[in-house]
Design a protein around this ligand. Structure first.
Ligand SMILES: [Zn+2]
Length: 321
């Protein structure tokens, strides 16, 4: 039986349910506080309130995309999961360097050091909580080519996946370097079904997406609410009135690649959270945006795939228990 690894333990992947595939449910570190205070998410009760409202609408699983040392707290994620009943997948890995203290040794580690660190967090425990193991490897590239150090991290991620089956979720900088990311991961032992690339919809070029999809990996779109000209009204879509490139991409590509898309909010700022008084709030995805997918004529089976079956395929461990 395949499983996914939640902060509360391993769960059969068939029970993943409606899944938000790239989220930020807790963000707190000295580095974020000093350089990115707008990203801080550390009011437990407000975060829990947003998760409660998601659970009421049937959302069962969220993937937390912040790896250790960059703002993650797996003990908080565990408590949030317990109290909200939403399953949460925590990430190990290495994010963009900007989110770390400049002297954090993890930034200089080579592939062997990194693979050892990832494996320890996946198989034994995460740094903040001995009770929690990571169920995802988050990797990031910062531009149109990977730096040497970013390559080491991707190679380490592939090594860790080859040993454990743990899925890999990557950050692309506005969709850039996607093919290079895939090439490195596949060359070092990762499998396409276990690779999820984020943010491709920030470069809304269907031809480019097809090229990436032809490798067999999964794409995660998370800009469905970012095209609004009027930030207080996510319905006022830009860049042209009535246009939403994320929606347009899904209408065009999901029927062609029905199992290779997942979707999320990537709402890393409290100003995007309803419980913090922001907009559009996490419910936007499962309510308004889902309605828009139906209105544009996508079949229910395809939409269910996007929210349920495809995340279960991508975020399971890619071997038997
Ligand atoms: Zn993110």
């Amino acid at each position: 039986m395949s499983f996914f690894r939640s902060v509360l333990g391993d769960i059969p992947h068939s029970l993943m349910g409606v899944t938000y595939s790239h989220e930020h449910l807790w963000l707190n570190s000295p580095r974020l506080a000093s350089h990115y205070p707008e990203l801080l998410l550390r009011d437990f009760d407000l975060i829990l309130a947003e998760l409660d409202s998601l659970f009421q609408l049937g959302v069962q699983t969220c993937v937390d995309a912040m790896p250790g040392r960059s703002g993650r707290d797996t003990e908080k994620l565990k408590q949030l999961s317990k109290q909200s009943q939403v399953s949460i997948i925590a990430s190990t890995g290495v994010h963009l360097e900007a989110y770390y203290q400049p002297d954090d040794p993890v930034l200089a580690w080579n592939r062997d050091d990194l693979a050892r660190y990832f494996l320890g967090e996946i198989e034994v425990q995460t740094e903040e909580s001995p009770a929690v193991r990571a169920g995802c490897i988050k990797l990031a590239s910062s531009g149109s080519r990977l730096t040497d150090q970013e390559r080491e991290r991707f190679i380490a991620g592939a090594i860790a996946q080859a040993k454990t089956g743990c899925p890999i979720l990557t950050h692309t900088e506005k969709g850039e370097a996607a093919l290079e990311q895939v090439e490195i991961l596949l060359a070092h032992g990762a499998v396409p079904e276990g690779i999820i690339l984020s943010h491709l919809d920030r470069r809304p070029d269907p031809g480019y997406h097809r090229e990436v999809l032809s490798t067999g990996v999964t794409l995660e779109y998370d800009s469905c609410f970012r095209w609004s000209k009027d930030k207080s009204d996510p319905q006022s879509f830009g860049p042209e009135p009535g246009k939403n490139p994320t929606l347009d991409l899904l209408v065009e590509l999901l029927p062609e690649y029905p199992v290779q898309f997942v979707i999320g909010m990537d709402a890393a700022k409290s100003s995007l959270w309803e419980s913090y008084g922001g907009t559009p709030g996490h419910l936007f995805l499962i309510t308004k945006f889902k309605e828009l997918l139906h209105e544009r004529g996508l079949l229910s089976d395809l939409i269910d795939g996007l929210f349920i079956l495809n995340p279960a395929r991508a975020y399971r461990f890619h071997r038997s228990l």
